[in-house]
Design a binder for this molecule. Structure first.
Ligand code: PSV
Ligand code: MN
Length: 426
């Protein structure tokens, strides 16, 4: 479904007076407002094709109704989000959940919704109906060569789908690992995985990148064969210049200093992409920014420093894959995605406000107090009116969540699609 243009305009009209007051207030305080607004316009966060339906836990899945019945409807849903926030102009496909049977039709539909194809994601963490060999004991690490071969061929097939759609990257997340000590030989598992990844790497087109995602645990609970950023970086370095590490915020052990990891990966030129989410205990199932917003700010601070300052390129210039990767168990997934994108845009804006010259001076003088004050000054600034202004100027809604609710989008989707649909995904 689409929200008609005149409805969007009347929503914006009803809020414009208050927005202008708030925008002028902050704009007076920020020296480079126009540059910031431009950078925000550039920055697009991809929505994964599996995030449009309600997720679940191993205990239950409570479907929400109106979920997309096929890839076309998933694209429509992301198109709707993007029409409202103007910052989610990309889709990241998971294969085989969302195989584009007719690539040119899917490409046209995406273009009509102003969406690009971000990284393609393979899946060798589940067995699919009719699949010959099982991934129960891993895929690329497997002791059985035929199973490794099957996983390699799947990834190459995913690249082919991506080529047809105009994607330029492949994210490989492997659930490979072990649940008990002694179950596998770490070095053999690493070696098998490396050799398998090398075969996939060899099939990458020249202008493609491969992102190697790491995860500390789950579904394996003793060891993971790509378990942390060090292991991912090892693979990426051994694979070659088209291979990068992908950071998923939820894939670290508790209290890991993710901002430091990000900083060093950027220093090595090996940060490829990001999966945004948040967590309280250990999994990656909560909305980005909902639990640890200061950590998110410190991460964006490193991204801005390492990319915009060091390399003089806006985050949104296309060199990195930015994707939301969270499961929506108790919320309307579309509302959650609006919240996620908003949290990311707010945090990016705050990081742009950091007075870098003063920070460098404070660091050089070992002035710890001033350094902290500088960061917290930006973090504590309410930048929501800047984000809203950027959205307004690109034709989006001043308050995406409020128009989504006001237009009763979920009710309309349930009427159109039914209440018993379960979208493909987790
Ligand atoms: C694994 O937990 C992960 O973060 C990977 O990125 C998968 O592609 C995604 O979640 C969905 O399972
Ligand atoms: Mn992920």
């Amino acid at each position: 479904m689409k929200i008609e243009k005149y409805r969007l305009e009347s929503h914006n009209e009803s809020l414009i007076k208050e927005h202008t007051r708030r925008f002028n207030f902050i704009a007076n305080d920020v020296p480079n407002v126009e540059t910031i607004l431009q950078k925000l316009n550039y920055f697009q966060v991809a929505i994964p094709s599996w995030a449009l339906g309600t997720g679940g836990t191993r205990f239950a899945r409570f479907a929400g109704g109106g979920e997309p019945r096929n890839l076309e409807e998933k694209i429509e849903d992301i198109g709707l989000l993007h029409a409202l926030n103007k910052s989610s102009g990309a889709i990241s496909l998971h294969i085989p959940w969302d195989i584009p049977e007719n690539a040119s039709h899917i490409k046209t539909l995406a273009a009509q919704n102003d969406l690009k194809f971000d990284a393609m994601n393979s899946n060798t963490f589940q067995d699919q109906p009719g699949q010959k060999l099982s991934y129960k004991f891993g895929s690329m690490q497997h002791v059985n060569k035929d199973i490794r071969k099957q996983a390699i061929e799947h990834n190459i097939q995913v690249i082919k789908y991506g080529v047809d759609l105009g994607s330029q990257s492949l994210t490989v997340w492997l659930s490979d690992g072990s649940c008990f000590p002694g179950q596998l030989n770490f070095r053999k598992a690493f070696q098998n995985t490396l050799e398998s990844l090398q075969e996939v790497y060899a099939a990458l087109p020249n202008d493609w990148k491969m992102f190697v995602e790491y995860k500390a645990y789950e579904p394996n609970f003793y060891s993971t064969t790509v378990g942390d950023w060090g292991q991912s970086l090892l693979y990426a370095n051994k694979l070659g210049e088209k291979a990068y590490t992908l950071v998923d915020l939820g894939h670290h052990l508790p209290n890991a200093n993710i901002e430091q990891i990000v900083s060093l990966l950027l220093m090595e030129g090996k940060l490829g992409g990001f999966h945004f989410n948040d967590s309280k205990y250990g999994d990656d199932d909560l909305t980005v920014g909902s639990i640890k917003p200061y950590q998110l700010f410190l991460i964006f601070n490193e991204l801005v420093e390492g990319i915009e300052i060091e390399k003089n390129t806006p985050l949104g210039a296309g060199a990195f894959g930015w994707m939301i990767d969270a499961s929506h168990n108790v919320k309307d997934p579309l509302e959650d995605l609006l919240q996620s994108v908003e949290a990311i845009m707010i945090t990016y804006t705050q990081a742009l406000l950091v007075d870098r010259k003063k920070l460098v001076d404070a660091q050089n003088n070992n002035d710890v107090v001033t350094a902290q004050e500088i960061l917290q000054q930006s973090f504590r600034t309410d930048v929501r009116a800047l984000v809203a202004e950027a959205r307004l100027r690109s034709g989006g809604a001043l308050n995406p969540l409020s128009i989504y609710r006001g237009e009763k989008v979920r009710d309309r989707l349930i009427k159109e699609r039914g209440s018993k649909i379960i979208a493909t995904g987790l």
